[in-house]
Design a protein around this ligand. Structure first.
Ligand code: APR
Ligand code: PHB
Length: 386
């Protein structure tokens, strides 16, 4: 088989890249190891930067997002039993963020894809960036896909990153993980609450007027079995408690999972005809929800670069892809690390470090300059559109 662009992975990165290329009349095949139901079920973050919404809308993939997405103009930082609003829109010249689950974006993009363009249950085993060629297994048979370019959108556990020789890896593990729950209960807040507490961080997010998404900082070796629903609600109530008696509504928990936190970047993001995008090239801890937004930003730039090659015969954007992306990646890496260390409780930290952290939190909520730094990074920077 032959195509112009072989895309590995049908996560948000691979699916959006396929869609953006299709709109430019560029042929692509998406190879995905899992089945469709699995891809459409995975629960992940759900906060979209303004630039991400703009890209999806401009690509004709924003119809349900516009109908069901919840636009937010601010967020709350809560610590010491009191909440402090960060006025995101006011501080950023009117920019907003939108709550819309990543799984819904995946469903929308799969539904928009022409029959046969995505091949589910097709596991890539080998990537040859020079030929270029991808070897995969479908229905137990080994096949090859020849192409002009390969897009490695196969996430953190994929195979394409290993096809970049002499790559440099930068990483950081954190002594925290997130226990995330999806609960059938109306949110107790209109805006997201990022809460710092001595017992650990907690986040109140939402999915709809009827569904809440909540997270608790736990230790990375924590077992899910140790967290029956009542313990989760009780711990959430303790961490979110305010001096003015705010109450947390509870209800049936539909799903729960523990996710480790890490920062990871591989450089460069290109070798020969292979281009990495999304989690295949970088991971951020979830505080600030940059993972999906960064993946969208990568493939938006990659689609423009690929289009320039086919439409204008110019490889300049492809040649500059890795260094341009890495500048944006490192901004998101720094912000995600910063939000994580600002808000989580490191139980091994000494008293001096704890005092510094509280001073930092107070500074962010009392200085317009500091709040603006948080706000402009949180709402994100414009993506390099196609
Ligand atoms: N062959 C084919 N497909 C593969 C292979 C392989 N060898 N290895 C992995 N995949 C598929 C996975 O099954 C998955 O569907 O690649 C896809 C990668 O998707 P994601 O992990 O969602 O990565 P990405 O599209 O980059 O999305 C980034 O996901 O982890 C979150 O926070 C992150 O929101 C961000 C987003
Ligand atoms: C989510 O809604 O899942 C979410 C929101 C904000 C974050 C992380 C996750 O920072």
């Amino acid at each position: 088989m032959r195509t112009q662009v072989a895309i590995i992975g049908a996560g948000p990165a691979g699916l959006l890249l396929s869609h953006l290329l299709e709109r430019r009349g560029i042929d692509a095949v998406v190879l995905e190891s899992r089945d469709r139901a699995h891809c459409e079920r995975r629960q992940r973050a759900g906060m979209l930067e303004q630039g991400t919404v703009d890209v999806l809308r401009a690509a004709g993939a924003g119809e349900r997002l516009d109908r069901e997405g919840l636009t937010h103009h601010g967020l709350e930082l809560r610590f010491g039993g009191a909440g402090h609003r960060i006025a995101l829109s006011e501080l950023t010249g009117g920019r907003t963020v939108t709550i819309y689950a990543q799984t819904e974006i995946v469903k929308d993009l799969i539904a928009l894809s022409p029959e046969g363009r995505i091949r589910f249950e097709a596991e890539v085993l080998e990537v040859d960036p020079a030929s270029p060629r991808v070897t995969y297994r479908e229905n137990g048979v080994l096949r090859t896909l020849d192409c002009d370019l390969v897009a490695g959108c196969d996430g953190f556990h994929g195979v394409s990153r290993a096809a970049v020789p002499r790559a440099k890896v930068f990483e950081r593990d954190y002594p925290f993980a997130w226990l995330g729950v999806l609960a059938d209960v109306p949110p107790s807040t209109e805006e997201l609450v990022y809460c710092h507490h001595d017992r650990g961080f907690a986040l109140h997010s939402l999915r709809s007027p009827e569904v809440s998404r909540l997270y608790l900082q736990v230790s990375p070796d924590e077992e899910l079995a140790a967290w029956p629903d009542e313990r989760i609600w009780s711990e959430l109530r303790t961490r979110f408690a305010t001096r003015d008696g705010w109450t947390l509504k509870d209800g049936p928990i539909r799903e729960k999972a523990i996710t480790p936190m890490r920062s990871f970047v591989t450089e460069p993001m290109r070798h020969d005809n292979l281009f990495l995008a999304g989690d295949a090239a970088h991971i951020v801890p979830p505080t600030g929800a940059k993972g999906l937004n960064l993946a969208v930003s990568d493939v938006t730039a990659l689609a423009s670069a690929i289009a320039a090659r086919y439409e204008e015969g110019s490889s300049a954007l492809l040649d500059g892809y890795s260094s341009a992306r890495l500048r944006r990646v490192w901004r998101a890496e720094h912000f995600s690390y910063w939000m994580t260390t600002l808000l989580h409780t490191d139980h091994s930290a000494d008293a001096f470090a704890r005092r510094l952290q509280l001073s930092h939190l107070e500074y962010v909520v009392s200085s317009k300059a500091a709040a603006t730094t948080l706000a402009e990074n949180y709402v994100g920077f414009a993506h390099d559109g196609p």
